[in-house]
Ligand binder design. Structure first.
Ligand code: FAD
Length: 511
């Protein structure tokens, strides 16, 4: 680094503090006096405070930042997440008959010679096990309320792939502490307005508390306020409303009835007539929120949906209403400003893609950071890669809705071909004759792999017809043996792994 470079991050939510800690660590701030990173946040505005589910990528991020897993679990009341259970997404429950399927983090089991997926597809539909149960042991382990690892296993590793559920406010506080340790300067203050230079770049953000603050690079992490990227620079917002209809959430916390109530290690996502409800088991309480489309349901009726789910009035923890527009900015890096987090875009809470998008953005900023020369050199590439990521997530999220056989208008509207992205329509057409494959996707642009698509497709009873090519899959006996082994391993793992609650309690006690 030849000349002094300064970065000013506006916003102290998950996006702001993760960006601060990650950049400080990656750019080795403590050892480079020529670099300066400052974070400005407004405690009076506060953070959004939701976002309780993560991706397995979070393990790598925490490890990179030098945050101990035990400390993370204790300080953010975190639990393990092995996937998502989808309830009632396939059809409207009738006469007490409900459908459900599991989307685990583990990839389907495969051997060097072959994938098990075609063999599962060729089995008798009436007799075969549900897809996730047939091809991984994780479904069984999670159903039995077992954790993905043993307490004595090393930090961030275990026999099964996992992520976490956590308290978003506590995570931001923990990241803040780490960022300050790594040399980030922290200012409390509110951006009142932004001064632009003649070329349209940001000259300074102005605050009552600290006057004008200037920097080489401004990172807009101001959440839905989008003070810099939207307010000052006017980067247009691209709506995804024609594909994704939900735009409201009502969120609350519920205590457990007893201290030893079993802890689920998956998010439960239960469909309702106009959207779905998340249910996340944290160590001290459940985080519950209902997501809906305001075009199909008003806010008062939504409270009733939440109350029906909870089984009582939301009482003291009266639910908090959060409004959002599904969409993103195609220009997330404009001149000397880059947006990260909700200011860049948000689609909806399904599949918990908020933090993974933040991780993708900050690692790209860190790796492409221009130590010399024009500060906006990475902008074009960054914008193309982030836009593709958002578009691909839209495709994946829409898959959850467009295969539903539910009868209510919200769900029928979701099945309307006009609401399905062209790329998804093309893929669905191909997947009628073959399962999703790694060549369907470009890894660097994706947050989900081909097997994530397989779990949703086959969980939703999508039909891939391989019957005319049955002869191409001659290893039926070997495959059957493998299916049996998976069941056996599942039983063994269930017997050997601790319960999820015992695992969390043991980790917390060890701390
Ligand atoms: P915020 O948390 O809103 O932080 C914004 C910051 O900017 C605050 O510090 C605020 O004080 C500051 N600020 C704003 N204006 C100013 C100003 N003028 N001056 C100074 N500071 C200012 N993501 C997941 O990964 N998993 C989930 O399960 C998930 N669920 C979600 C559910 C809902 C209903 C919603 C809406 C989002 C969910 N998300 C989820 C997304 C997740 O919440 C966000 O990605 C994450 O919290 C990052 O938020 P943020 O830091 O961008 O914004």
């Amino acid at each position: 680094m030849d000349r002094k470079r300064s970065i000013l991050i506006v916003g102290g939510g998950t996006a702001g503090w993760l960006a601060a800690a990650y950049l400080a660590k990656f750019l080795d701030l403590a050892k480079h006096p020529s670099l300066e990173i400052t974070l400005l946040e407004s405690p009076e505005i506060g953070t959004i405070g939701v976002g309780e589910g993560a991706f397995p990528t979070m393990r790598t991020t925490l490890q990179f930042l030098g945050i101990d897993e035990t400390r993370f679990i204790r300080e953010t009341t975190a639990t393990f997440k092995q996937g998502i259970r989808f309830v009632d997404w396939l059809q409207t429950p009738t006469n007490g008959h409900r459908s459900h399927y599991f989307h685990p983090f583990e990839a389907p089991f495969y051997t060097e010679e072959a994938s098990l997926v075609p063999y599962w597809l060729l089995q008798d539909e009436r007799e075969r096990r549900p897809f996730a149960e047939a091809v991984t042991i994780q479904n069984r382990v999670a159903d039995a309320r077992r954790g993905p690892k043993r307490p004595e296993e090393g930090q961030f590793t275990g026999p099964l792939n996992y992520a976490y559920h956590f308290d978003a406010g506590k995570l931001a506080a923990m990241l803040a502490e780490r960022a300050r340790e790594l040399g980030v300067r922290h200012l409390d203050g509110r951006v009142t307005n932004v001064s632009l230079r003649q070329d349209g770049a940001i000259d300074s953000v102005n605050t009552a508390e600290h006057g004008p603050l200037s920097a080489d690079l401004f990172v807009d992490c101001s959440g839905f306020h989008a003070e810099l990227i939207g307010g000052a620079l006017g980067a247009p917002f691209k709506s995804a409303r024609r594909y994704l209809f939900t735009d409201r959430a009502l969120a609350c916390k519920r205590p457990y009835p007893d201290a030893d109530t079993p802890l689920e290690s998956f998010t439960v996502a239960t469909a309702h007539p106009t959207g779905w409800t998340w249910d996340i088991g944290l160590a001290g309480a459940r985080g519950i929120g209902t997501v809906y489309s305001s075009a199909h349901l008003d806010d008062v009726a939504a409270e009733q949906v939440l109350e029906t789910y909870i089984g009582s009035k939301a009482d003291a923890a009266s639910p908090r209403l959060i409004k959002f527009d599904a969409g993103y900015r195609e220009q997330q890096w404009v001149k000397n400003c880059v947006a990260v987090g909700l200011s860049a875009g948000f689609l909806e809470p399904l599949e918990s893609t908020g933090v993974v998008l933040i991780e993708a953005a900050v690692s790209m900023i860190a790796e492409l950071f221009p130590h010399n020369g024009p500060i906006d050199a990475p902008a074009k590439r960054f914008n193309a890669l982030m836009s593709a990521r958002f578009d691909n997530i839209i495709t994946f999220l829409k898959l959850h809705y467009c295969l539903s056989r539910r009868e209510e208008p919200f769900w029928r509207d979701n099945v309307d071909p006009g609401s399905i992205p062209e790329r998804l329509k093309e893929l669905l057409e191909q997947w009628r004759y073959r399962p999703p494959n790694r060549y369907d996707f470009i890894l660097d642009l994706e947050s989900f792999a081909f097997f994530n698509y397989q779990y949703i497709l086959y969980g939703m009873e999508f039909r891939t017809d391989l019957s005319s090519g049955r002869a191409d899959f001659p290893n039926v006996r070997a495959a059957e043996k493998l299916f049996q082994k998976i069941q056996m391993f599942g039983e063994r793992a269930t017997a050997e792994l601790p319960t999820h609650r015992a695992l969390i309690e043991q980790i917390a006690a060890a701390a």
